[in-house]
Design a protein around this ligand. Sequence first.
Ligand code: ZN
Length: 242
Amino acid sequence: MQILIISDIHANLTALEAVLSDAGEIDSAWCLGDLVGYGPDPDACISQIRQLPNLICLMGNHDAAVLSQIDTEAFNPEARQAIVWTQNVISPDNIDFLKSLPDKIQINQVTLAHGSPRQPVWEYLLDTYSASRSFSYFDSDYCFVGHTHLPFVYQLNQDSRSVKLIIPDVNEKRELKPRSILNAGSVGQPRDRDTRAAYAIYNDDDQTWDYHRVAYDIPSVQKRMEAAGLPLRHIQRLTAGW
Ligand code: ZN
């Protein structure tokens, strides 16, 4: 099966549509959370994601904040402003959908979580130290995460118990090796100085991970953010990819 892996869409419909058209035909979609927050299209993004085939969708910290399951005091003032704006525009039906999302799930050889298998909604895997602590919190061969908005592969060396960080090349098809933690990057707000939307295709027949980037119309998203009165910093960062 060709499984689309997306994360951190952050209410950016233009980026999501670019990813879906670039990905082409897929059998299934796994969305690793943060459907909303920052961007101008929360309802349209959730509705689009809900229509993806054989969808499995996880809860992210911004989704939890919109549901008031996380205190918005934990966010910086601008992120908080975007969360409050989202709460005011999102439909009750899509709120119910967000409420239904699990924070961690295992499907065959893969564990899915937004942040980390240890603290699914909140922990950032930003270095090999935090990654190395994560391996004892899942039993499957692989764990797919989002949250940092940075594409990465953490590979555990079973003999030395050391963890290696690999930054994947774009369009690189990687044969997965147990055990590893992988991040496909962010659809709606990339933070690796590459402004293009990021995603991956996981093939569970041959256990490969195909990592992609696709350009999208950033100014059109920025115009909608301006019209919605969303914070300037979030508008500007899309142009620089941070
Ligand atoms: Zn995020």
